[in-house]
Ligand binder design. Structure first.
Ligand SMILES: [Zn+2]
Length: 460
């Protein structure tokens, strides 16, 4: 996955100053844009002429010209990394005018790194930022670099107004115990066994073996595991010797063998309870009812996956759905508002209609639907085909087995788009198509990940 990190220095660095600083960075930092302009001047035989006077058309008050007065940029290519530097003497507002007041008007310098290799990225970025500070020389201390902390303004607004579709939003949490439940229930056999137990109330081992149609040893092991984590408990059942009709169930064998129980008589065969059969059965615990209600385990499972892929927990919110099979996770990261809609079961057209409604209402940029029982035909088409009111940005994932790879793909695409969006100002002032660079092709390699190039919304 393509990673983008950057540091911000809240200082005013004019475009002309930037030009003076670049050559002082030293041989290991070759400014690609400056080099390109120099090469142009050499070809034109006017080497040494003032760059801007020759290369850039003055006068015309077009957008590009306007941007060049408001930003300066430079790119450096090292190994498989792209380092960038953008100075915004007029603040972030140059790009999209701030909505109110002078928010975004503070001048700043952004030093960034886009890399396919996350390891050691922060150190590489800091080395670059330090080199820049040193190159500035006297007065370089004004580059007080700080991380631009990720914020989730849209999520925060939804939490504040409880808007964006029905349902309360709660912070995402990952407790160790719940994680263990979620990881276990992500496997089809234990999930099926627990679902059957919840439906039936309890089951004898032989009932489970007949029901699950799986290798008896695997069923036994799955039940054992469910017992170990406390989702299933063993109980005892007194049943009629004659027709195996269940008579009484108890937590312990001793309860069934007590004198007052033994004195009762069977309504079927008239024999005293004391002479009927005691067999062991399995039943779901209270905990399992809680974790399966509203498919809690599913949202924990997804939260865990996203967290492992680098999405911070505070960028996620759980939405109460009220339904037994549905769960929903909202997220704001990589510059997008996402809805992850989950269903423990088969996804139907009704689910798609409801999700399309919620996505329009919450203004989500991207929707990912995951169903343990699959999403097919009309239901999938409703989500992925652009409608009059709905954007086409949706992914359907059938089955949890397919989910990790598909989620990686979704995040990789979003990360590539995000990286490209951060360099958008550079594209605008240079007209170079930066998405053609090797760093993007690297993401595209193997055919597993496709780079999407949707029309980019303006946004710095
Ligand atoms: Zn009986």
């Amino acid at each position: 996955m393509l990673e983008t990190r950057f540091l911000i220095a809240p200082t005013r660095l004019e475009t002309s100053e930037l030009r003076a600083v670049l050559p002082r960075l030293g041989a290991e930092w070759k400014p690609a844009l400056l080099e390109a302009e120099r090469a142009f001047l050499r070809c034109a035989g006017v080497e040494g002429a003032p760059l801007a006077a020759v290369v850039r058309s003055g006068g015309a008050a077009n957008r590009q010209e306007h941007l060049r007065t408001a930003i300066g940029a430079e790119l450096f290519f090292r190994d498989r990394d792209v380092y960038y530097l953008i100075t915004k003497p007029e603040g972030r507002g140059f790009w999209r005018p701030p909505a109110a007041g002078n928010e975004g008007a503070e001048p700043e310098v952004e030093a960034g790194l886009i890399s396919p290799t996350a390891a050691g990225m922060q150190e590489r970025l800091e080395r670059f930022a330090e080199a820049l500070r040193a190159a500035y020389g006297e007065g370089g201390e004004r580059f007080a670099w700080r991380k631009d902390l990720p914020t989730t303004p849209r999520l925060a607004a939804m939490v504040a107004t409880e808007e964006g579709g029905a349902g309360r939003l709660t912070p995402a949490r990952l407790g160790l115990v719940e994680l263990e439940y979620a990881r276990m229930l992500a496997v089809p056999l234990p999930r099926r066994i627990l679902r059957d137990l919840l439906r039936a109330g309890f089951a004898r081992e032989r009932d489970l073996l007949a029901l699950e149609q799986a290798d008896p040893e695997m069923v036994r092991r799955a039940v054992e595991e469910l017992q170990e984590v406390g989702l299933v408990e063993a109980e005892f059942l007194l049943e009629c010797k004659q027709d195996r009709h269940p008579l009484i169930r108890a937590k312990s064998r001793r309860q069934l063998e007590s004198a007052e129980v033994a004195a009762l008589s069977c309504p079927v065969c008239r024999a005293p309870f004391g002479s009927e059969l005691v067999v062991s059965v399995f039943s779901p615990t209270e905990t399992s009812r809680a974790i399966c209600g509203q498919s809690q385990w599913l949202r924990i499972w997804l939260t865990d996956r996203l967290h492992q892929m680098g999405v911070p927990l505070n960028a996620l919110r759980w939405r109460e759905t009220g339904g037994q099979e549905h769960a929903e996770v909202l997220a704001e990261f990589l510059g997008r508002l996402w809805i992850f809609a989950l269903k423990d079961g088969a996804w139907g057209a009704d689910d798609s209609y409801a999700l399309n409604y919620r996505r329009v209402r919450s203004g989500a940029d991207h929707v990912v639907a995951i169903a343990t029982g699959g999403i097919a035909g009309e239901a999938a088409r409703l989500l992925t085909e652009p409608g009059e009111d709905t954007p086409p940005a949706a992914a359907c994932i059938s089955g949890l087995e397919a989910a990790p790879a598909a989620l990686e793909r979704e995040l990789a695409e979003a990360a590539a788009e995000y990286a490209r969006r951060r360099l958008r100002p550079v594209e605008e002032i240079t007209s170079f198509d930066l998405s053609a660079l090797p760093v993007w092709r690297q993401v595209n390699s193997g055919g597993a990940i496709r780079v999407v190039r949707p029309p980019l919304a303006a946004g710095a």
